[in-house]
Design a protein around this ligand. Structure first.
Ligand SMILES: Cc1ncc(COP(=O)(O)O)c(C=O)c1O
Length: 294
């Protein structure tokens, strides 16, 4: 069965879900988006995702033509219409149809679409054995140019780094900022563990304020692990006792090798494994209910 897509106020069959070639989201990457998960009939951290979407839109002066309440309802209805229980939701707001110039004032009406689909999970072996990653030459966007806190449709910086990861034969790339401090990965945030403490780069160095990142920081504090947002370098990656990545799609995934250096004993660390378990528990027990009885 084909999907039903929410497009500007209507649920339409996927074949009919089309945006114009004049949409500035397509022509210029001018728009914002969210990737959201549903687990067991509940949408995880929906409020937080919508808050971030509106914040990104505010930063690029894009007026989302729906209230947060109506957008919440649109997301829930789309998931329900596709009978998704464990799924992935892509919520996109584009600048809309304009002319061929890049002036956003010519695009009069932003477009909203929502895709709710089944999720393709990462292979289980990465969670059991851990992931090998590399640092890449492509630097994360300068916050003064395109702030990585804005979750915009312009992902070319991340794609260039992903191409480097592909060439290296690994799944993710760690991106440094212009000064050489670790920023984040192409679609994930990064944590290292040193002396029981979790350390993640502050977002002002050039990282998205990841919702999984925030969730993991809260879980770690509850479990009495110190949590710090501190700058660190490649040296700190190589000498960490543990390392893991966080993201809506990846959840919490252990890293066991970086630039051919084994991290810790080369296996997923004990604190990472505890956090993976705690995160999993949370996804199964919280979230916005989609169906009347879950
Ligand atoms: C560049 C980037 N960093 C980090 C993340 C992780 O953020 P979240 O945990 O909100 O999915 C994502 C994914 O959304 C991303 O695209």
């Amino acid at each position: 069965m084909g999907l039903k897509i929410y497009l500007d106020g209507k649920l339409v069959p996927e074949e009919e879900a089309r945006v114009s070639v004049f949409d500035h989201g397509l022509l210029y990457g001018d728009g914002v988006f969210e990737g959201i998960r549903s687990y067991n009939g509940r949408i995880f951290k929906l409020d937080e995702h919508l808050d971030r979407l509106y914040a990104s839109a505010q930063a690029i002066m894009l007026d989302i033509p729906l209230s947060k309440e109506d957008l919440t309802a649109a997301v829930i209805n789309t998931v329900r219409a596709n009978q998704i229980r464990d799924g992935y939701i892509r919520l996109v707001v584009t600048r809309g149809v304009g002319d061929l110039g890049l002036d956003p004032r010519k695009a009069l009406k932003p477009s909203i679409f929502i895709i709710a689909d089944k999720i393709t999970l990462y292979p289980e072996e990465y969670y059991i054995n851990g992931l090998e990653v590399v640092t890449v030459a492509t630097r994360r966007n300068l916050p003064e140019a395109i702030n990585p806190c804005i979750k915009s449709l312009n992902y070319l910086n991340n794609i260039l780094a992903k191409i480097e990861a592909n060439i290296a034969g690994v799944l993710e790339a760690i991106m440094l900022n212009a000064e050489g401090f670790v920023a984040e990965c192409t679609g994930d945030n990064i944590f290292i563990i040193r002396d029981r403490a979790l350390i993640t780069p502050p977002t002002y160095l050039g990282a998205l304020e990841g919702i999984t990142r925030d969730t993991v920081m809260q879980l770690a504090r509850k479990m009495d692990y110190p949590v710090k947002e501190d700058p660190f370098t490649r040296y700190d990656l190589y000498t960490a006792s543990e390392c893991f990545l966080t993201g809506t799609a990846a959840e919490v995934v252990p890293v066991i090798k970086i630039d051919s250096r084994e991290i810790g004993d080369g296996r997923p660390g004990p604190i990472t494994r505890k956090l993976m378990e705690a995160f999993h528990q949370l996804t199964q027990t919280t979230g916005t209910a989609v169906y009347y009885s879950v």
